[in-house]
Design a protein around this ligand. Structure first.
Ligand SMILES: Nc1nc2c(c(=O)[nH]1)N[C@H]1C(S)=C(S)[C@@H](COP(=O)(O)O)O[C@H]1N2
Ligand SMILES: [Mo]
Length: 322
């Protein structure tokens, strides 16, 4: 049966739900519901369409939802998610979404290099088009104890690893953000170790949960969230999920990430979420979901223990939860 679906980007976030619910709402609303709903999409989302070629936007978004990655909680309201950001390149506070619009994201060259069969340099849209694109609903837990639940569109990081063909000696994947102090004025603050850098052990990078987001709320990803390519590793504190990546480098030594360079006593390499291991300056037991006034309990590995606990089974617990 052929069901004609409106593009999901005209739907508010609460409609990025399992197909059955989606169809029920659709029936309730009738075919003309679409126009009404479009009014609810914040302009911060609508603006993102201009950054992606319209053909790519129409071809890839919204993507099929992966039924393995749904959530037991409400998605966060898009207006909160899209206007409350950590993106130090644009300032060390949360209100950077307007400044981030100055970032040119097309064309966006991505390097895949280091210990690989053959280094590649590829434009982001060309890379995205080679990848299996899908939607996943993920939690996100910032080390500062706020959280969100969002529908990402993108592809599993392991697909990029496959494309890169790492050499046998490669043990880690290093990811680097852009360096553009002319548009990203935070980068003029020279006490930060720019460019922002993050890393994963290769078995973490090839775990099915590690995801490269290219879209959000069923549309191409917006600049303040890390256009055009941003990592999403939901079992780790949010700072691991590096935005606006320009380089993926396969290496044999554990990378020293941005926050670790700044304050290694507080921010480690693994940074797996654990409500029982407090940050040196605050508790990690609970979190405040964006758009809600209450706090909720934080979960071990942010609720993803089943998927990832195995990766750390022989490791010293004092090394993997900060
Ligand atoms: N390049 C870059 N990536 C980054 C950051 C940053 O400052 N620069 N902040 C991190 C932190 S601390 C968090 S919590 C998330 C925030 O993602 P969001 O603003 O899309 O919610 O991005 C992460 N990725
Ligand atoms: Mo964060």
């Amino acid at each position: 049966m052929f069901i004609r679906r409106p593009p999901r980007w005209v739907m508010p976030e609460r409609d990025a739900t399992p197909e059955s619910i989606f169809l029920n709402r659709r029936q309730l609303l009738g075919a003309t519901g679409i126009g009404l709903l479009a009014a609810n999409v914040p302009s911060t989302v609508r603006a993102s369409n201009y950054d992606t070629s319209p053909e790519v936007a129409a071809e890839l978004y919204p993507a099929r939802q992966n039924a393995n990655y749904l959530l037991d909680r409400e998605l966060s309201p898009s207006r909160d998610v899209l206007t409350y950001n950590n993106f130090y390149e644009f300032g060390s506070h949360k209100d950077i979404w307007e400044r981030a619009q100055n970032l040119p994201v097309k064309p966006w060259m991505v390097k895949i290099d280091g210990m690989v069969a053959k280094p590649i340099e590829i434009e982001a849209e060309d890379l995205i088009r080679k990848m299996p694109i899908e939607e996943r609903l993920y939690r996100h837990r910032c080390v500062e104890a706020w959280s969100m639940a969002v529908p990402w569109t993108g592809f599993p990081l392991k697909e990029l690893v496959k494309l890169a063909e790492p050499q046998a000696g490669a043990k880690y994947l290093e990811m680097r953000c852009f360096m553009k102090p002319d548009v990203a004025r935070g980068q003029r603050q020279r006490w930060y170790p720019w460019p922002y850098l993050e890393g994963l052990r290769l078995d973490e990078a090839t775990n099915d949960l590690a995801f490269i987001a290219t879209g959000i709320y069923g549309k191409p990803i917006v600049k303040q969230m890390g256009a055009p390519l941003r990592l999403a590793v939901p079992w780790k504190y949010g700072f691991k999920s590096i935005k606006s990546i320009v380089q993926f480098t396969f290496v044999d030594k554990q990378p020293m990430s941005f926050w670790e360079q700044l304050q290694s006593r507080e921010y480690g390499f693994y940074a797996n979420v654990n409500p029982e291991v407090d940050h040196p300056r605050w508790s990690q037991a609970t979190e405040k979901p964006l758009g809600q006034n209450n706090r909720v309990p934080t979960l071990l590995y942010n609720g993803y223990a089943e998927e990832v606990a195995e990766l750390y089974k022989n490791m010293d617990p004092s090394k993997i939860f900060y």
